[in-house]
Write a protein that binds this ligand. Sequence first.
Ligand code: ATP
Length: 311
Amino acid sequence: MEKIIKVEQMNKFFGSFKAIDDLSFELEGGKIYGIIGPNGAGKSTTMSLLMGLIFPSSGSGSIKGYPLGSNEAKKLMGYSPEFPNFYSDMSCLEYLVYMGQLSNLDFDTAVKRALELLDEFGLLEHKLKKVAKFSTGMKKKVGLIQAMLHDPEVLLLDEPTANLDPTSRSEIIQTLKKLVSQRKMTVLISSHVLSELEMIIDHVVMINKGHVVLNQPIEVVQQGFNQEKVLVSTKQNSLLKKYLDINGYNYNLEKNVFRITTKDKAVCKRDLIKFIYENDVELDLFKEEVITLEKLYQQVVEDNENESVVM
Ligand SMILES: Nc1ncnc2c1ncn2[C@@H]1O[C@H](COP(=O)(O)OP(=O)(O)OP(=O)(O)O)[C@@H](O)[C@H]1O
C-alpha cells in the first residue's frame, strides 16, 4: 500500500522549547488514523506541520511525494482545526461557498458541495443563518464541512468532537465514518475521547513529548495487548486464589477480579473451567481481556513514559 504521508526526523522548537522531537512516521492511504497523546504531546503541532501552517525547525515531510507546505500538498488536504475561526457576518452557506472557492472550486460546484454536506451533517435548514449564532456542535460541523468541501484525499481533524455532548459527538462520528468510507480518504483524527476513536480508526499513532511512541494497526495493538490476559472472579475467590498460587499462576487481584497473565491462554482457561466445575464454584466473571484504547493509553503513555517505544 502506498505511503501517502511521510514525516522524517522532524523537530519543532518554539523558542527554546522542543515541541516536536525527532518525529518520524509513514502512513498508508485510505485509512483512518487516530492521533492520541496527553495534553501538550504535540498532536496539534503535528497537524499544523502536516498542513504547512508552520514549518519544522529541522527534518521534512511530504504528502504523496509533495513537500509539506507546497501548493500541491495543500490542494490534497482538508483541515478542521481544534478552534475554527468563522467570518461572523456571513451566513453558513456564504461562508462555505467562500471557503470552497478559496480551495479552487468554481461557484456552482462550491454551492452544490456545500449543500450536499450541510444535508449530510443535518444543517441544511440552517444554511442561511449566521455561523456566529451557531451552537458549539453546529460550528464543529461547519468546520468539518469546510474541511471536506473540495473532496480532499487527506483529511486532518483536530479534536472534531471536543466540548460536545455525547449525542452530538456520536452523530458527528457516525457521519464522518459514512463520508470517509464513501470517499476513501486518508484521515488523521486527534481526540481525547478514546472510546469514540476506537469506533472509527484503523490505526493508532500515539505521541508523547513530541515523539511517536506507538504506531500500529488497531487490531495488531489489540491482539498484542490481549494475548495473555484472562479475567476471572467467583463467589469463592479465596479458594480460587489458593488454586492459582498452587499452580504458579501470575495474577493481580483488583476489585475481586483476578487478572491472570499466562503464556498459554487456552491451557489457563481449560484449567480454570476444570477448577470451577470440580469445586462447584459460582462464577461472577470469566473473560479474556480486551484492551481498550483507554487502557492502552495508560499503559504506554502513563506507565512507561519514556522507556516504552513500541513501533
Ligand atoms: N505557537 C506556540 N508557541 C509556543 N509553544 C507552543 C506553540 N504551539 C504549541 N506550543 C507548545 O507545544 C507543545 C505541544 O502543543 P500541542 O498543541 O501540539 O499539543 P497537543 O498534543 O495538541 O495538546 P492538547 O491535547 O492539549 O490539544 C505544548 O507544550 C504547547 O504549549
